[in-house]
Write a protein that binds this ligand. Structure first.
Ligand code: NAD
Length: 291
């Protein structure tokens, strides 16, 4: 397949490399002009998109997506598919889809989970919104870049699934860290609490697969001095997108809002930037009820 790939950063570069390694003809563009194995560099987003059957974007946010989409939509041929894999606000995803449909293109919003490790290994999970035909066209590419692609519904449904999942993740991480910080002050051994929680009703992916306590549970960023992993500022980005969406549709999300405020303080006023989002544990453990 002839593929245009725009946004060759931490995630986009390994994704594009995997597509090229599988034998697809990939032309790439990024403002930073990185060298990506197997990917032919273009001098603009429009040039990368020209003649492509599928154009994939992997960009920082919705505003940049909208501006790149305006350039590539004009360069794409009718019937081609624009597939955005960035994490962006639902509104931008739907606006780009409308614009592309008006130009006779198929569209998908297909944000991912699995991080940089998953992008390199080709084991991402894609949460996909958009039409059946577009999904069928891009599915073989999802199978190369990832291990699972869930078709969640129409345009915007992929982004909606991503932010709902990550709103749960943020709130559960905070709740789990609170419990381990409380246990320490109650002189309850962290390993003992893990042994109970991991097989009791308080268990979750956070406690069982990504335990925020060093030396407890399977290996996680806590065992590597809280180096990410999933950085606190990326968690904050997704939590803010969840609250933006909740605001737009008048949904009551008090736990999501609290987690957003807490990660906002951690990243912007404290030392959370550049640390894994599970570093919420030492932050809470170092404080008392009044700060
Ligand atoms: P990144 O900053 O490493 O990459 C973004 C790239 O886009 C950069 O290389 C930048 O130069 C390029 N870019 C910016 N504006 C551009 C433009 N106008 N034209 C062309 N290129 C442009 O970010 P990343 O970590 O690769 O993340 C990309 C997306 O994936 C984000 O939306 C992020 O939220 C999402 N995501 C990231 C992770 C992760 O672990 N890093 C996990 C899941 C989802």
């Amino acid at each position: 397949m002839k593929i245009g790939f725009i946004g060759l950063g931490n995630m986009g570069a390994p994704m594009a490399r995997n597509l090229a390694a599988a034998g697809h003809e990939v032309t790439g563009f990024d403002l930073a002009a990185p060298d990506v194995e197997g990917v032919t560099p273009a001098t603009s987003a429009a040039e990368a998109a020209k003649g492509a059957e599928v154009v994939i974007t992997m960009l920082p946010n919705g505003q940049i997506l909208r501006s790149v989409a305006a350039q590539v939509i004009a360069a794409m041929e009718r019937g081609a598919v624009l597939c955005d894999c960035s994490t962006v606000d639902v509104e931008s995803a739907r606006a780009v889809a409308d614009q592309a449909h008006a130009a006779g293109l198929g569209t998908l919003d297909a944000p991912v989970s699995g991080g940089i490790g998953g992008a390199s290994a080709g084991t991402l999970t894609f949460m996909v919104g958009g039409g059946e035909d577009a999904f069928a066209t891009v599915r073989p590419l999802f199978d190369i870049m990832g291990q699972k692609a869930v078709h969640c519904g129409d345009a915007g449904a992929g982004q909606a699934a991503k932010i709902c999942n990550n709103m749960i993740l943020g709130a559960v991480m905070v709740a789990t860290c609170e419990a381990f910080a409380l246990a320490e002050k109650l002189d309850l051994d962290a390993q003992k609490l893990f042994d109970v929680v991991s097989t009791s009703s308080g268990y979750s992916w956070v406690s069982n697969a990504y335990c925020p306590v060093p030396g407890v549970g399977p290996k996680s960023p806590a065992d590597n001095d809280y180096k990410p992993g999933f950085a606190a500022e990326l968690m904050l980005k997704d939590l803010r997108l969840s609250q933006q969406a909740a605001e737009a549709v008048d949904a009551d999300t008090p736990m999501g809002q609290l987690a957003t405020d807490l990660y906002g303080r951690f990243v912007e006023a404290e030392d959370g930037r550049g640390r894994d989002f599970s570093a919420m544990l030492p932050r809470l453990a170092a404080r008392g009820r009044n700060g």
